[in-house]
Design a protein around this ligand. Structure first.
Ligand code: HEM
Length: 419
């Protein structure tokens, strides 16, 4: 008879309120209290859910034979962050086929193209910042990355449209975990963006708009699924947004880079005129240390036994992303910011999972992870080698319950000088 045991239960008919009020720490708080990396709860409308954390948990979670994604993402997330019929909700052969499309956009050459566009936009923005009394880094980065993402993806965007599209793209990822007006803003933004992109996709298909073959827009407009059928314009728009929205979301990490430099002034010295490779440890520590994605969700495909617990077909499972990146078995002093911890650290697809874990091609790990790291390195270079700035008194604390989290002031700089 295989070993079985009762896992701890977070009692209550629906603990969604506790989850909202404890945010990124909801799972970690209970793991600490129960002394276990697995427990049962009820969330998202009273559904039974198993919360898991740690390296072994990530390994089992990213075993595609055990978990699936179809029907997992709540409607409010599909209406804002993901869109309907997006890759995030797919499984098996259809998912792998679509994932190949995303991964094919991430060649070294294309990553470099994106970084070049970003650097150019960043440098010309610094020129303008010199004449401003103050600059809110987050707001500026949203605009710079909107222009970068559209240029890179082949999506036409005229200068007058930048502010509107930037605001809408930001609303998509700012609204997913929100309730009330913030959530509605995200839904309206999705409708407007999908409408805008569908017309552009029609123009690409009719030959009215000619764009380079290597761009995401071109590749997605002409992508055929595993049955050889073109995606309809709506799903194509959803997937083009799955490229440009998360590029804009890198703004959140860039603000955390600026905060990390401010909070760890000794680190800054190391990057002045350093080779780009030297930036990697710092960037990885920013992605580990600061909160962004709280957890990933999936449903059990078929009954299986793990760690003495019966996972039943259909059970909802939450993998604690933030908690795994702060797990004391995996990281010494996890609540200290220490880039050196990445020195000679062996790569492991299951212990450092800010953008998901496992295999890119087979599973749901983020296809934009390399692009994120490269844009973050270029941002670090801009901040330390291409500008001087002062940081006036402001509220730099960030919330552990707002998702995504961000320093309250969104990082204000003044006296900006190009160097
Ligand atoms: C801003 C920083 C980013 C963070 C924190 C992030 C995080 C994540 C996470 C946690 C997942 C889900 C993993 C899972 O479900 O198991 C994911 C999936 C995904 N990400 Fe990212 N990501 C970022 C940037 C990007 C970029 C730059 C792109 C594209 C250019 C991108 C495109 C995607 C797509 C398409 C998926 C769905 C993959 C699938 O379902 O197979 N992300 N990301």
């Amino acid at each position: 008879m295989p070993y079985r045991e009762q896992i701890p239960i977070d009692k209550g008919l629906d603990n969604s309120l506790a989850m909202l009020s404890e945010g990124y720490l909801y799972i970690s708080n209970r793991r600490k209290r129960f002394g276990r990396d697995i427990f049962e709860t009820r969330v998202l409308g009273g559904q039974k859910a198993i919360c898991i954390a740690g390296e072994e948990a990530a390994e089992v979670f990213y075993d595609e034979s055990k978990f699936m994604r179809n029907g997992v993402a709540p409607k409010r997330v599909r209406q804002t962050l993901f869109g309907e019929k997006a890759i995030q909700t797919m499984d098996d052969a259809n998912h792998k086929h679509r994932k190949q499309l995303f991964m094919s956009l991430m060649t070294e050459k294309r990553l470099q193209d994106c970084v070049e566009i970003f650097k150019k936009e960043g440098l010309s923005a610094i020129d303008k910042w010199e004449n401003k009394d103050e600059v809110i880094l987050y707001d500026e980065m949203i605009k710079i990355l909107t222009v970068t993402a559209c240029k890179w993806a082949g999506v036409p965007l005229n200068q007058n449209g930048v502010n509107v599209r930037a605001g809408q793209l930001e609303a998509l990822f700012d609204s997913a975990a929100a309730v009330g007006p913030r959530h509605w803003k995200g839904r309206q933004a999705r409708n407007a963006l999908e409408w805008w992109l569908q017309k552009i996709i029609d123009d690409v298909r009719s030959g009215k708009l000619k764009i380079p073959e290597e761009t995401a827009l071109h590749q997605m407009a002409w992508y055929r699924d595993s049955d050889g059928i073109l995606l309809n314009a709506h799903v194509t728009a959803v997937e083009v947004l799955n490229i440009i929205r998360p590029i804009v979301a890198i703004s959140v990490y860039i603000v955390f880079i600026a905060l990390a430099l401010f909070e760890n002034p000794n680190e800054k010295e190391k990057f002045v005129n350093a080779e780009a490779d030297g930036y990697e440890m710092f960037i990885q520590e920013v992605r580990r240390y600061y909160p962004f994605f709280p957890f990933a969700t999936a449903r059990v495909r078929d009954d299986f036994l793990w760690k003495g617990h019966d996972f039943k077909k259909g059970n909802l499972v939450l993998l604690d992303i933030y908690g795994t990146n702060h797990h004391p078995d995996l990281w010494d002093n996890p609540d200290q910011f220490n880039p050196e911890r990445f020195l000679d650290r062996e790569e492991n697809p299951y212990d450092f999972i800010p953008q998901g874990g496992g295999d890119y091609g087979k599973g749901h790990r983020c296809p934009g992870e390399w692009l994120t790291v490269e844009i973050m390195k270029a941002s670090l270079d801009l901040l330390v080698n291409h500008m001087d700035y002062d940081i006036p008194k402001q509220e730099l604390r960030y919330s552990m319950t707002r998702m995504p989290s961000l320093p309250k002031s969104r990082f204000i700089m003044n006296q900006v000088k190009k160097i």
